[in-house]
Design a protein. Structure first.
Length: 336
């Protein structure tokens, strides 16, 4: 091997090493909100010995400050506030327009204190069951577990038919479900703000469910703020009669329930979005889940094997391919 060839080989090796050393820095430019689950490390012991009450709770319209932390829609001022009662429910809420839930138009709804909505009757259950449940009830459950708002926290709800909330909902839905040309004409927002787990009044859980309707289309947003750790069972998602349609949000019935605030199916940490006017059957992954756009990172595993961009460390796709090409050139020179 002559001196020029040796020099070329050494230059190629140095360049490859340089790319390998700098690739970890370049991946930081592609980092986005992570949707990987982070297990809770400080579980809280709770009790569910109380027998649930079936009497709907009374409500008031006491104003509380309007706040919008995290991915939550505006809530507080102007909301109807549900009374303080363990395992309670709102009275039947007449909807200003029907909400189509997988082919069924509903004109009333109940906000149940233990983290779910029902349509035909109040539902006091504090012990969640896994989806699919194959039950006789349509159920929307942003955070079904044993909650208690008697001492701290507020459960409130409100309907909108005009204003900035409709504009926000229109923008969100068209972003998550492109090519629909969707226009919102009604929004219902129910918020559990800093509510405690049962028998653990030092905890605070904040979450929200948003029903959105326009024309023949309907959608649900589930928004999560601060979620305190717990050892209680939690079911988040939705289910229908006989479970023809259902979805269970990852983290349900797991010890890493606090990660609801970090995960998403629309690349907004703490938000899950679903289209609910469909009439075809679905399984655990709804057919309407939006796919990432071309400029968003693909899902990654711990070793970045199956991804185009690694979120935390390793090589970006372009650097990896270039490095591989140069290594092949180097090996070819050696063989000659």
């Amino acid at each position: 091997m002559d001196k020029e060839l040796v020099t070329m080989r050494n230059q190629i090796m140095l360049f490859v090493l340089f790319l390998l050393m700098t690739s970890k820095v370049t991946t930081a430019d592609f980092a986005t909100t992570s949707t990987t689950d982070v297990p809770s490390t400080t579980p809280v012991t709770t009790s569910t010995t109380d027998v649930p009450s079936t009497t709907p709770a009374t409500t008031s319209t006491t104003d509380v400050p309007s706040t919008t932390p995290g991915p939550l829609y505006p809530f507080g001022a102007g909301d109807t506030v549900s009374s303080r009662s363990d395992d309670g429910s709102s009275p039947p809420i007449t909807l200003e327009q029907p909400f189509v839930y997988f082919g069924k138009p509903y004109q009333q709804i109940y906000v149940n204190h233990n983290g779910h909505l029902t349509f035909n009757e109040a539902f006091a259950s504090y012990k969640p069951y896994r989806f699919p449940a194959f039950s006789s009830r349509d159920l929307i459950a942003p955070f079904w577990t044993d909650l208690d708002n008697r001492w701290n926290g507020t459960i409130s709800y409100r309907q909108y038919s005009s204003g900035s909330v409709l504009q926000q909902a229109t923008q969100d839905i068209n972003q998550y479900f492109p090519n629909l040309g969707f226009s919102v004409n009604w929004v219902f927002v129910a918020t559990w703000d800093k509510v405690a787990y049962y028998n653990n009044f030092g905890t605070e859980i904040t979450f929200q469910v948003v029903l959105i309707a326009g024309g023949q289309s309907s959608f649900i947003l589930m928004n999560y703020g601060e979620i305190a750790p717990t050892t209680q069972d939690i079911q988040a998602g939705y289910d229908t009669v006989s479970s023809i349609h259902y979805f269970s949000i990852p983290g349900s019935f797991q010890s890493n329930d606090t990660t609801f605030s970090n995960t998403s199916n629309v690349n907004v940490a703490g938000r899950w979005a679903f289209q609910t006017n469909a009439t075809t059957s679905t399984t655990d992954v709804p057919s309407t889940t939006p796919a990432p756009t071309s400029d968003e990172p693909f899902a990654v595993d711990d070793f970045c094997i199956d991804s185009i961009f690694c979120k935390g460390q390793g090589l970006t796709g372009s650097v990896y391919m270039l490095s591989t090409l140069l290594i092949l050139v180097f090996l070819t020179i050696l063989n000659n």
